[in-house]
Design a protein around this ligand. Structure first.
Ligand SMILES: NC(=O)C1=CN([C@@H]2O[C@H](COP(=O)(O)OP(=O)(O)OC[C@H]3O[C@@H](n4cnc5c(N)ncnc54)[C@H](OP(=O)(O)O)[C@@H]3O)[C@@H](O)[C@H]2O)C=CC1
Ligand SMILES: O=C(CO)COP(=O)(O)O
Length: 335
């Protein structure tokens, strides 16, 4: 299949996805907002700031020319942080041609509105073009160096999801497709909050039992929310649910987990962000996940405790005590 793709957002994930597309034979243009950084990437054939050690295949070019990249592309892959999604879509809008579709790889919710990624896309583009989301357990570095990785691509237009999955699939990369936008997106956004929680618990040396309990009960509350919003339970048992939750909660490549580890050392959120130096989506997602939980009348005690720590209402130890002293109850995963 011949294809040209513009990857919008040249951070760690955009760069790794661009490398995979180019590896699979797509002509790939990687665009970022900082022209100097893009010129340096094109010269060095790697993204030394965000993804050092991952060499660019010959079919990948880094560019600061956004209209040129969009014009050359059949499809777009958006890999900015979630908080920049709406502005990015607005910026792209006048450049898009009829029929060009897009896949967004952002894992989060819109700040202040709690909108899902596909809802923001619909707000800006209506139903004028095919779109979808990509999620799953995918640390950028592992994808960048070519270790085996699997993702889910979801779209209401399943054929579009399948076509995009086929562009990425191969060379150790497995891309599945799905129609469940809500399940895939809630899985991707809410697991970041859980990873902060597990990081806090591990930072306080609460042990492997606590880690497993938090992941399992975390999945239960994510699943309750996704189902209440119209997502499918089976999606949350898949790559974009359990898969990404386990990955992010258990490995220090996760920026969200590292945020939790630092909070457990009584570092402030701002200090932790300054140390991590990359996007930590769970910080902005926590209040939005809670807002959705309230709207859909879903109990999310772990998310609420993590949010309490992030806004300084609870210390890490107080958050743990709050969860540990909840009343006994029957084990229910998804009502
Ligand atoms: N990294 C990973 O392993 C994975 C990340 N994701 C998701 O991918 C998305 C992107 O994250 P990731 O690549 O990791 O982030 P990084 O922190 O690695 O990079 C962020 C990128 O976004 C750009 N950026 C930051 N703020 C804005 C803004 N306001 N407007 C436009 N561009 C902006 C930065 O540009 P500049 O350098 O100029 O500041 C940089 O290129 C997130 O939603 C994340 O959850 C999903 C799966 C895996
Ligand atoms: O989403 C990710 C892996 O699938 C990356 O997680 P972090 O954003 O916590 O680093």
């Amino acid at each position: 299949m011949t294809n040209a793709t513009a990857v919008i957002g040249a951070g760690s994930f955009g760069t790794s996805l661009a490398i995979q597309l180019a590896r699979r034979g797509s002509t790939t243009l990687l665009w970022g907002r900082n022209a100097d950084k893009l010129a340096a990437m094109q010269e060095a054939r790697e993204n030394a700031q965000y993804l050092p050690g991952c060499h660019f295949p010959v079919k990948l070019a880094a560019t600061a020319d956004l209209p040129g990249a969009v014009d050359a592309a059949d499809d777009l892959l958006i890999a900015t942080p979630s908080h920049a999604l709406r502005a990015t879509l607005e910026q792209l809008k006048p450049m898009l041609r009829e029929g060009q579709g897009l896949i967004a790889a952002c894992k989060g919710l819109e700040p202040n509105t709690g909108k899902l990624v596909h809802e923001v896309i619909e707000d800006v583009y209506g139903s004028s073009r095919p779109f979808g989301v990509l999620s799953g357990p995918t640390f950028a570095k592992e994808l960048g160096i070519g270790l085996p990785t699997a993702v889910t691509i979801a779209s209401a237009d399943e054929a579009y999801a399948e076509n995009f999955a086929r562009l990425l699939h191969g060379d150790g990369f497995r891309a599945y497709w799905s129609e469940d936008l809500v399940g895939v997106e809630i899985g991707g956004a809410a697991k970041n909050v859980m990873a902060i929680g597990v990081g806090i618990a591990d930072g306080l040396s609460l042990g492997a039992n606590t880690r497993a309990a938090l992941i399992t009960r975390g999945l239960a509350e994510i699943m309750r929310l996704a189902i209440a919003m119209g997502g499918k339970a089976e999606t949350l048992m898949g790559l974009a649910g359990m898969g990404d939750l386990v990955l992010t909660c258990t490995d220090n490549q996760s920026r969200n987990r590292r945020m939790g580890l630092l909070l457990a050392q009584n570092r402030s959120v701002d200090e932790a962000i300054a140390e991590i130096q990359q996007v930590v989506e769970g910080v902005k997602a926590a209040p939005e996940v809670l807002r959705l939980a309230q709207r859909y009348e879903v109990d999310m005690p772990i998310t609420a405790a993590v949010h309490g720590v992030l806004i300084g209402r609870l210390s890490a130890v107080e958050a743990v005590n709050l969860l540990a002293t909840r009343p006994a109850r029957a084990e229910v995963v998804a009502d």
